[in-house]
Ligand binder design. Structure first.
Ligand SMILES: Cc1cc2nc3c(=O)[nH]c(=O)nc-3n(C[C@H](O)[C@H](O)[C@H](O)COP(=O)(O)O)c2cc1C
Length: 196
């Protein structure tokens, strides 16, 4: 390789190292969390920052998390907590990973369930660098509501879940945009952001 080629190559590598590679990953059975993931992905306007690399991939299809400088990871709240595939994904993250969490849930946004689930996720990601979290409501499948309605001990929660119809709505998706942009700004503020 001549000197010129070597210089070009090192410039390319240097540029590549500077590039922020962002992953938006999610688990979603009925599409609510997927819609929020897509809103987050769409809001990451990397071109404006001369950064280009972003991906959106379901949690079960992510091969190697080490290459990402920032990961958004989303899940539906299940039984106050995090679905097992997402728990397993979070556990694979290398220490220091820049991580932002998001969830959808049938219960009200200011209730205990979404908080508990995010706390659980943060606990699993104990060596990650948590940049923030976002939650919004997601409609609950009618067969689940019918089932809950038939059990007196779950009736109150079933009634609450019913009012999640129509979510995530446009306002939720706009809130997700704001969350995505704010998280990106925070991530860029970290000095060692591009270091692998
Ligand atoms: C098995 C199961 C358990 C759930 N548990 C909770 C819960 O504990 N708290 C809650 O607020 N919502 C709960 N939900 C509602 C979902 O979190 C909500 O509908 C979510 O938006 C579904 O996301 P998805 O469409 O991405 O699958 C549960 C739903 C299912 C199917």
């Amino acid at each position: 390789m001549n000197g010129y080629s070597a210089n070009v190559l090192s410039c390319v590598l240097w540029e590549k190292e500077r590039l922020m590679k962002i992953l938006v990953t999610y688990y979603s059975k009925t599409g609510n969390t997927k819609a929020v993931a897509q809103a987050i992905y769409d809001a990451l306007d990397l071109k404006a920052l001369a950064l280009e690399d972003k991906e959106i991939t379901p949690v079960g299809e992510v091969d190697d998390t080490k290459e990402y400088s920032l990961i958004f990871c989303g899940f539906p709240v299940y039984a106050h907590s995090v679905p097992v595939p997402v728990q397993n994904f979070i556990k694979t993250l290398k220490p220091g990973t820049n991580l932002a969490l998001f969830s959808t849930h049938g219960s009200k946004t200011d209730g205990q369930m979404p908080k508990e689930a995010i706390h659980h996720a943060v606990g699993l990601a104990k060596d990650a660098n948590i940049l923030g979290s976002f939650t919004c409501r997601g409609k609950v499948a009618s067969e689940i509501i019918d089932d809950l309605m038939s059990k007196p001990e779950h009736k109150a929660w079933a009634l609450e879940a019913q009012s999640a119809q129509g979510h995530p709505d446009q306002a939720d998706l706009e809130d997700a945009h704001v969350f995505a942009r704010g998280t990106l700004k925070k991530a860029i503020g970290f000095k060692d952001f591009t270091k692998k």
